[in-house]
Design a protein around this ligand. Structure first.
Ligand code: MG
Length: 173
């Protein structure tokens, strides 16, 4: 069950304590797109998202977007936010993320993956051995495949709660 448990759990990308991450040696942040950076019905990033990414880059973080969505969905975010990206990443499969990590030259202890899906983002990151940050999904509206995974996630979260390993809504750093 530990494979599902994130290292950090926060409400959204704006609530993450990036200074603490940096002080722990994290230099590279891999962001999920759908329901992490933007709801699925928004085709471009919001102004506050642009501001956050600008600030993070200025403080020295290397940023990536790694999404399971297709290129046409991810590319506008890459252009607007000016960060490298991987599309059709097939998380929780680790191949594409591993490839990015090898090319990035960062060590595993310098990288964090940030996303709203325990089944995809957290399992992927924990399998690889990088820091995992779970967020609440921005919006309940999801693509069909994500909706199916969410049902499974709810069952797992119930088990995690029973074992006192993770409780939804109980944020921690
Ligand atoms: Mg997502």
């Amino acid at each position: 069950m530990e494979i599902y448990v994130p290292d950090i759990y926060q409400e959204n990308i704006y609530k993450i304590d990036y200074e603490t991450l940096m002080s722990r040696g994290i230099k590279c942040l891999i962001f999920d797109l759908d329901n992490t950076l933007a709801p699925i019905n928004e085709k471009l990033p919001r102004e506050e998202n642009k501001e956050l990414f600008k600030k993070l880059k200025e403080s020295g973080f290397k940023l990536y977007i790694v999404s399971n969505s297709i290129k046409a969905r991810v590319k506008p975010f890459h252009e607007e936010l000016k960060v490298e990206y991987v599309y059709s990443a097939k998380k929780p499969h680790i191949n594409k993320v591993n490839e990015l990590i090898v090319n990035s030259k960062f060590g595993l202890d310098e990288i964090a993956i940030i996303g709203d899906s325990m089944m995809d983002d957290i399992v992927c990151g924990n399998t690889i051995g990088i820091t995992t940050i779970l967020l609440d999904q921005i919006n309940k509206k999801e693509f069909p495949l994500a909706r199916i995974k969410r049902i499974k996630e709810h069952k797992i979260q119930k088990k995690l709660r029973d074992k006192d390993l993770f409780t939804k809504g109980r944020y921690y750093v």
